[in-house]
Design a protein around this ligand. Structure first.
Ligand SMILES: NC(=O)c1ccc[n+]([C@@H]2O[C@H](COP(=O)([O-])OP(=O)(O)OC[C@H]3O[C@@H](n4cnc5c(N)ncnc54)[C@H](O)[C@@H]3O)[C@@H](O)[C@H]2O)c1
Length: 297
């Protein structure tokens, strides 16, 4: 067998009790990583909690000869993020990779969405990306300041719902587009400390996609385990130097999502608002069409 890609690397995967995160944890362990399996085991909408899923994945990894430990904290709590990173340090002696994957859904059209539906989704995705990243990045910065070298990774999770804009998901899409921006900005801040930060845009049949309808071809190919190879590569030393990117990964596609860029523009904007309409409509006619949800299914 070829060399293991993540031999000895210590990886935290949040939301790894089910779905896509579970596949990351299993493949990372197969590739030699020591895995902290975080999952607080809530329902699809984030309500409730259950320690079972995280422990089951850990048992599965250990039964296959791998190394793993469960953490059942909530990613959107800074205190829980601290115990998560500390568990990696205490159990495995370090931390090389943080994969921010945990997520929930509370879909609703904007005009009907409740404050709680907005807050819950923003809290789990956006704050739940920030809190573990905040703690892990401080650990890596302290190491660098002490003269140690890092070959570390943060992998965040965005979504086509955010970067290509899906109707009915202003909360989720805004959080996910925010996470794509978070990854690019954190990449710039952490490059000097030996940490790359990228975002993955995954796709796979899980309980989060059970409301959607798929063609037979998609049902056959859109499996959560198909997301994991690209994420294991990102977690490995092989992805050195790749940072600030958004990478689409599923059984249907492996590709680079190209982000915002300055398009057609003029350099001397008018002072008279009456002139704006003609100018902006002319620029819009020149602009490249965006990728939409209709283009990707
Ligand atoms: N499935 C897809 O096609 C798809 C597409 C785009 C993006 N995503 C994203 O991929 C990630 C994984 O989704 P999935 O489809 O595997 O969903 P899933 O529901 O199968 O798994 C998500 C896991 O995260 C855990 N979790 C939720 N909130 C948590 C919290 N606060 N703290 C700790 N754990 C928590 C859940 O208990 C669950 O086990 C999510 O960020 C999701 O938004 C999925």
């Amino acid at each position: 067998m070829s060399e293991k890609m993540c031999e000895g690397r210590v990886c935290i995967v949040t939301g790894a009790g089910r779905g896509i995160g579970r596949e990351y944890a299993l493949l990372l362990a197969t590739e030699g990583a020591k895995v902290v399996v975080n999952d607080y085991g809530g329902a699809r909408d984030g309500t409730g909690s259950d320690q079972g899923p995280a422990h089951e994945v850990v048992e599965e990894i250990i039964a296959s000869g791998g190394k793993a430990v469960a953490h059942v904290g909530n990613v959107s709590s800074l205190a829980d993020a601290q115990t998560m990173v500390q568990l990696a340090l205490d159990t495995f002696g370090g931390l090389d990779v943080l994969i921010n994957n945990a997520g929930i859904l509370r879909d609703r059209m904007l005009f009907s969405m409740t404050e709680e539906e907005w807050d819950a989704v923003i809290r789990v995705h956006l704050k739940g990306t920030w809190a573990p990243s905040r703690v892990a990045s401080e650990y890596w910065r302290n190491r660098a300041k002490a003269g140690e070298s890092n070959d570390a990774r943060i992998v965040c999770t965005t979504s086509v719902a955010g970067i290509y804009a899906n109707t009915g998901q202003t909360n989720y899409g805004a959080a996910k587009a925010g996470i794509a921006a978070f990854a690019q900005i954190a990449a710039q801040e952490l490059v000097r400390y030996g940490v790359t930060v990228n975002a993955v845009c995954p796709g796979g049949l899980t309980r989060l996609t059970e409301d959607l309808s798929f063609s037979d071809e998609m049902l056959a190919r859109f499996r959560p385990e198909r997301v994991a190879p690209a994420v294991v590569w990102l977690a490995s030393a092989q992805s050195a130097g790749v940072t600030g990117q958004v990478i689409e990964s599923s059984g249907m596609v492996l590709g680079i999502a190209e982000g915002w860029r300055r398009g057609p523009h003029i350099d001397n904007p008018p002072m008279d608002p009456r002139e704006v309409d003609g100018i902006v409509r002319g620029l819009l006619a020149e602009a490249k069409p965006r990728t939409t949800m209709a283009d990707i299914v």
